[in-house]
Design a protein around this ligand. Structure first.
Ligand code: SF4
Length: 128
């Protein structure tokens, strides 16, 4: 799925991504010719040494960039959406739902009924 969730928010200084010329605002469309769905795809397909990253730039142009890196080395980008995909919401309608019982006027994200198991896996991976 190609969307703004794949947009780069930050490129880490000294990273392979910076050396290859990736910049904030670029959208990663493919790695090694594979379309990415979410952050798991990103980590899986960017794990190889020497990868090809296809980009959609803010001005609408596209480019293909060869990134030289070690196997397992992080590419060095942070995405605008940490999951690189829409978050899946709970479809239950529990009568006692703690989200529905929250007082009004709080931060908007506190009202989101998160039911995306990928977030649990992702947190576990990031803690390793
Ligand atoms: S967020 Fe939790 S409590 Fe609320 S409806 Fe979903 S499962 Fe039920």
């Amino acid at each position: 799925m190609l969307n703004s969730s794949h947009k780069i928010k930050q490129v880490m200084e000294g990273s392979p991504a910076e050396q290859a010329g990736l910049t904030p605002g670029d959208i990663i469309t493919k790695i090694n010719n594979v379309e990415l769905v979410d952050i798991f795809d990103y980590h899986y397909y960017s794990d190889d040494a020497d990868i090809t990253v296809e980009l959609l730039h803010e001005d609408g142009t596209t480019s293909s960039v060869f990134v030289k890196k070690e196997e397992g080395e992080d590419l060095g980008v942070i995405f605008c959406n940490g999951l690189m995909d829409d978050y899946k919401s709970c479809s239950n309608k529990c009568a006692f739902c703690f989200i529905d019982q929250m007082p009004p006027g709080m931060r908007e994200t506190l009202y989101f009924k998160d039911d995306d198991t990928r977030l649990s896996f992702y947190r576990a991976i990031m803690l390793l």
